[in-house]
Design a protein. Structure first.
Lengths: 805, 239
């Protein structure tokens, strides 16, 4: 019997190939998009780490003025949290650091972790060779030891099992290798080696204590919210006790993957909601198409009822159609999605200069497959059960008696209205949210960073090995002069952060200004950049007032500063900034050094484009040297030659100083906007899918509804309604549906759009323009979808319309 | 001449479907005077409903002249046809054709809503009068599905007369009714006629046709007989 029904469903579907292909593709789109989106974010943010108890492992990070950031916390605060928060156990602390490893093959930079001794125990993972740290090795002054990662072991030691106890030069200091971690172990993120933290809070004062991130396991039955409430209380108490260092500072706990979301969780949920909405939209469309078919086949159903078919049999027979459509659609969606996830892994890798987090393995994992099957079953029931139930419960006597199609009558009309309202609501919501994202991406990708990026090669160099400021300055001076005299390089710019790239932010105090609060948070902040004289001009950052740095500024004791135009406008709105004085607030330091503004330069954007309005201040490198520098070289020839030259020059100055992340300046900048461009490309695709699904869906439902009302139109015309009246009447019905679905959709879309515009800094004016545009767009779709079928129905003579079947 | 409501001259109606040309009506000449009660009879497919559609401006004639209230309506705009249907013609259909989403009073009010010259109060007054005439005022808030076939047809009659049309066109008004309800509907039409209404009714029920004062027989799209009923002749009612 089941086989017979299945065969019959197949026969019906094969008879209407257009319908079958359309509905299958609609389902493929809906299922593919939603499963992809949920799988993507699950992998990035919600997946449990692949260790025993990985799901209970959490990270404690810092927040400033209620804003979650990925910032670390003070070691003293961490200890207070460890002692006072209930529900967390096995605490551990770590800090990310870039280190330089020198081997016979040369020096290379590696991402490393400085951690407490229990770092590996937290992940229930033992070294495959040797051992992990001991508590004694974590003490200051203990022998320098290091646990290396599998890749380093293979690449530098050729997998030699005798590597234990061998020496490795890390940041210029010899370390004893005590262990090798298993393949793929990069905890907590991308670490290639692990060193003891070597910090004892008892030997440090609060202001000077190191910044770390906390790790812990969540006890059974305890939620993250419980812990976060406790953390807030602990941090509030600390803020009262230590206002100078702790005001406006708090801490929060998340899973390790979840820490990546920070303030962007609203965007993530919005995107998941968009994906879910698209699935619902696809289900409504397919459900509606199946319902139309069920209505068309009302007479056939009535005959079956007359012949004694039980209702359940009728329903099961109709369910086969949705089962076939949803299953085939889902399989197509699954294939496309699997391909999408595969290429996503490659795309995502381009967002980072280092490899992405180790758990970011996109593909058909358990979660994705479970979700896929749940969605397939859900869509079969949603798209098939309702039409089957409705069409199997009509007034079949009436159908058999006079052959009308309107046996579903009023209820069917209400259902159609509900479908259109739902489609309008969903499409309005999805389109506003996605349009904000696409707009944000466009604006960010096309923002003028304030510097010329063409034909420039950039590279990072870590000078941590030089412990004194003088050595750092000398190294940078030598590097610049040798590069300038090398073949293939026409100009050299050196800075701690080039325009467009991430920079350190610092709190600033302006001379003569009063700051009511003694905390750091009350001071204005600015990008704080060290730069070699001449670099700004060479980068095309124009001088607005005063002068650039020159060699008269050289000298550690000197105190000159350049400010960006945005800084000058913000802090000296009615006057010239030249010769005004400011100082950089240094945590826990009583030292006051006033810096005199010698020039005002064009505003540049540093780092994420959302923070474009953050002003900048510049110090000559010779006054404020940094451990990490970026070298930018204007290429006279090609990047290969420039790279070779740089490596050769560095080798000639100090063989233990590697350059890394060598790429063009444009590539560096593109990487910063790559994530949002990727996500917005996805969103644009979703928006297109939503628009096509919504337009076809709204048209389908309206056409079906109006077609069912052809006879009613005939009656009205017989009673004297002219075409214009009927057209207006139906357009008014369309407008009413537009209002019913559009107003809540506008609110929901604006809410999601607001969350996104807040995150991406696109502003409310853009949101309003987008919302209005979408109202016009969806409004046009609804009116068009109402007008066309009405016009078609009016083409019939009233006498024909009256007998329309 | 002032009494003539409808005048058809050499009316022809041809339906074109793909390669087939169907002559539904040919050389129809017919005059209907004010106050007449006419039945149109004939076998299925003879063209009687097509004739009624042409008379009601629900369809257009292929050729010939159609004058309604002395105006040529053969070639007028769709808008004007709609206006005439609304003001001059009242329809009664076999399958009632009430709108299921509207209640009884809304159904009856429907043709009045297409006019711009009536206030809501006037419309309600006219609906009330019309419903009272068909004895359905007590059901004004019911929906069609809550009524019997006979009651639905009475509502359809109320709707047909609410705008005080020049002529009522009825297409098999008893076709979907049992004999008891059919008789009630026919009595209602008799009453309307006695009050001066002009009625043109398509029927193939001889008993219904007998109640009209004039019988027109159609066969293969042509009028083959046009007779006054004997009892009307005997009663010397002016035609």
């Amino acid at each position: 019997m089941i086989w017979q029904d299945f065969n019959y469903a197949l026969r019906l579907l094969s008879k209407k190939t257009g319908f079958t292909v359309l509905t299958t593709l609609v389902m493929a789109t809906g299922i593919g998009i939603s499963v992809f989106m949920f799988s993507f974010f699950n992998t990035v943010l919600f997946k449990a780490l692949p260790f025993e108890d990985g799901e209970t492992l959490v990270v404690i990070s810092g927040s400033l003025q209620g804003k979650k950031s990925s910032s670390s916390i003070n070691l003293h605060d961490y200890l207070s949290i460890r002692d006072n928060v209930q529900g967390l156990s096995e605490f551990g602390a770590y800090r990310n650091e870039s280190v330089i490893v020198s081997t016979r093959d040369g020096a290379r930079r590696y991402p490393a972790i400085l951690a407490e001794a229990n770092i590996f125990k937290l992940t229930r993972t033992e070294p495959i060779l040797g051992r992990s740290f001991t508590q004694a090795e974590n003490q200051k002054g203990a022998e320098s030891v290091v646990v290396i990662g599998y890749d380093l072991w293979q690449n530098h030691f050729a997998g030699d099992k005798g590597v234990i106890k061998q020496r490795l030069k890390v940041n210029g200091t010899s370390h004893q290798i005590i262990g090798v971690m298993p393949q793929g172990y990069l905890f907590p993120n991308i670490a290639k080696m692990w060193l003891p933290l070597h910090e004892d809070a008892n030997q440090l004062i609060r202001g000077d204590s190191g910044r770390i991130r906390g790790l812990a396991h969540l006890d059974k039955g305890i939620s993250l919210a419980d812990i976060n409430n406790q953390l807030s209380l602990v941090m509030q108490k600390l803020a009262v006790k230590y206002p100078q260092t702790n005001s406006n500072i708090s801490a929060y706990v998340t899973s390790i993957p979840g820490a990546g979301a920070r303030e962007g969780l609203a965007v993530v949920y919005s995107m998941q909601a968009v994906a879910l909405f698209i699935l619902i939209l696809a289900s409504i469309n397919v459900g509606n198409l199946l319902l139309s078919r069920a209505i068309e086949r009302n007479k056939e159903t009535a005959i079956r009822v007359a012949l004694g078919a039980p209702r359940l049999r009728l329903i099961s027979q109709m369910l086969w159609e949705s089962t076939i459509i949803c299953t085939v659609g889902a399989l197509i969606g699954l294939l496309v999605m699997a391909w999408g996830l595969e290429i996503t892994e490659g795309i995502v890798a381009t967002f980072f200069s280092d490899p992405p987090a180790f758990w970011w393995k996109f593909g058909l994992d358990n979660y994705t497959l479970k979700l896929f099957f749940a969605i397939v079953i859900g869509t079969i029931l949603v798209t098939g059960l309702l039409p089957a139930w409705k069409s199997s419960g009509g007034d079949f006597n009436a159908v058999l008696r006079d052959g009308t199609r309107g046996a579903l009558g009023k209820k069917s009309g209400r259902l159609s209205k509900l479908l259109v309202i739902s489609e309008i609501f969903i499409s309005m919501t999805v389109l506003i949210a996605t349009a904000v994202m696409v707009y944000a991406s466009f604006m960010q990708s096309n923002k003028d960073i304030g510097a010329e990026t063409e034909n420039v090669l950039v590279a990072n160099v870590l000078v941590t090995a030089y412990d004194s400021a003088e050595k750092k300055i000398q190294f940078v001076n030598t590097l610049q002069s040798r590069l300038e005299n090398s073949a293939g390089i026409s100009e050299v710019m050196i800075s701690s952060a080039l325009p467009g790239l991430f920079s350190l932010e610092a709190n600033i105090a302006i001379e003569g200004q009063e700051y009511s609060n003694i905390t750091n948070a009350s001071y204005p902040s600015a990008n704080y950049i060290s730069i070699m004289p001449g670099s700004l001009a060479k980068l095309g950052v124009e001088l607005r007032k005063g002068r650039y740095f020159d060699h008269s500024d050289d000298g550690l004791g000197k105190a000159s500063v350049l400010v960006s135009e945005s800084f000058a406008l913000r802090h000296f709105p009615q006057q010239s900034a030249i010769d005004k004085r400011l100082r950089v607030i240094q945590k826990g330091s009583d030292k006051v050094q006033w810096l005199r503004i010698v020039g005002v330069v064009e505003h540049t954007i540093q780092g994420s484009r959302e923070s474009e309005s953050v002003p900048s201040i510049y110090r000559p490198y010779s006054q404020a040297p940094r451990a990490q520098i970026t070298v930018a070289m204007k290429m006279a020839a090609n990047p290969v030659l420039a790279t070779k030259t740089l490596r050769k020059v560095l080798q000639s100055i100090d063989a233990d100083l590697p350059s890394y992340q060598i790429e063009t300046y444009e590539q560096s900048n593109n990487r910063i906007t790559a994530p949002i461009r990727f996500i917005s490309s996805l969103m644009a695709l979703f928006a297109l899918a939503a628009l096509v699904l919504a337009a076809s869906g709204i048209y389908g439902v309206m056409a079906n509804t109006i077609s069912q009302r052809t006879q009613e139109i005939g009656i009205k015309r017989a009673l004297g309604a002219d075409d214009e009246y009927i057209t207006k009447e139906y357009l008014m019905t369309g407008i009413k549906l537009l209002l019913w679905g559009g107003v809540p959709g506008l609110l929901a879309g604006s809410f999601m759009g607001f969350a996104m515009s807040k995150t991406f800094g696109t502003g409310n004016a853009a949101l309003v323009v987008i919302a209005v545009t979408m109202v016009v767009l969806i409004g046009s779709v609804v009116l068009f979808a109402t007008y066309l079928p009405t016009k078609r129905a009016l083409k019939l003579e009233p006498s024909q319309a009256l007998h329309y079947q | 001449m002032n009494n003539v409501i409808i005048k058809l001259e050499n009316i022809k109606k041809v339906f074109y479907t793909d390669e087939v040309e169907t002559h539904a009506l040919s050389d129809i000449n017919l005059t209907i005077n004010k106050g007449e009660y006419i039945s149109i009879s004939g076998p299925s497919g003879c063209g009687k409903s097509t004739l009624l559609s042409l008379l009601g401006l629900l369809d257009t004639n292929t050729s010939g002249l159609y004058k309604l209230s002395n105006h040529d309506v053969s070639d007028i705009s769709k808008k004007e046809r709609a206006r005439i249907r609304n003001r001059e013609i009242g329809f009664i259909f076999q399958s009632f054709n009430l709108i299921s989403d509207l209640d009884v009073s809304e159904n009856v009010e429907l043709p009045l809503t297409y006019r711009n010259d009536l206030t809501k109060a006037q419309r309600q007054q006219m609906v009330q009068e019309s419903l009272e005439k068909v004895n359905m005022a007590h059901r004004s808030n019911h929906y069609p599905a809550q009524l019997s076939g006979g009651q639905q047809q009475r509502i359809a009659i109320a709707r047909a007369i609410v705008g005080k049309p020049s002529i009522i066109l009825a297409d098999e008004p008893t076709g979907n009714l049992d004999s008891k309800n059919a008789e009630a509907v026919m009595q209602l039409l008799d009453m309307l006629h006695s009050e001066g209404a002009t009625i043109c009714m398509v029927t193939h029920d001889p008993r219904s046709a007998e109640r009209a004062q004039r019988n027109i027989d159609i066969l293969d799209g042509q009028i083959i007989a046009d007779n006054l009923q004997n009892h009307y002749v005997n009663n010397d009612i002016a035609v």
